[in-house]
Design a protein. Structure first.
Length: 138
C-alpha cells in the first residue's frame, strides 16, 4: 500500500468512525476496530469511561456507558482532523449533561487513532477528566 493509499484508508476509517458513532450504530462502529486494540482513555477514576481496554467486548462496554450516564450531546464541533499515514489526530469539543447529577460539562479533547488495513488498532483519548469528574460529583 502506498503512503497516499494508507492516508486515504485512514481518513475513510476515521470518517466512518464518527458517522457510525453519531448515528448510534454500535455494531458498525465495532466493525471498525481490530480484534486487539491499544485503547486508553486516561483520566480521573471518577469518570466511568476512563481506563485501558483491548478487546472488542471491552470496547463495546466503553461505548455502552455513554447513554447510561450522559444526556444526548448538547453540541459537537469537530475542529481539526490531521492524517499522517496510519495515524489520525482529531480535535473536537462536545457538551453533555450527567444524568445522575443534572450537571453539564464541555469536553475539549484530542483523539489519536491508528489504522491498519482499515481497522482501528490504537485509540487514545486526551480529555479534561477533571472537568468531567466535577460534573459527576453531586
Amino acid at each position: 500500500m502506498t503512503t497516499v493509499q494508507r492516508q486515504e484508508s485512514t481518513a475513510a476509517t476515521v470518517d466512518s468512525f464518527f458517522a457510525r458513532f453519531a448515528s448510534g450504530d454500535l455494531p458498525g462502529l465495532l466493525e471498525l476496530f481490530a480484534d486487539r486494540v491499544d485503547f486508553t482513555v486516561a483520566g480521573s477514576p471518577h469518570v466511568p469511561w476512563t481506563g485501558t481496554r483491548s478487546t472488542k467486548e471491552e470496547i463495546r462496554e466503553f461505548f455502552d456507558i455513554f447513554p447510561r450516564v450522559l444526556t444526548a450531546p448538547q453540541s459537537f464541533t469537530l475542529h481539526a482532523r490531521l492524517i499522517d499515514g496510519q495515524h489520525a489526530v482529531v480535535t473536537a469539543e462536545s457538551a453533555f449533561g450527567v444524568l445522575a447529577t443534572g450537571k453539564a460539562f464541555t469536553n475539549t479533547y484530542a483523539l489519536h487513532l491508528s489504522v491498519v488495513d482499515g481497522r482501528i488498532t490504537r485509540y487514545r483519548m486526551y480529555e479534561d477528566s477533571y472537568a468531567i469528574a466535577e460534573a459527576f460529583t453531586a
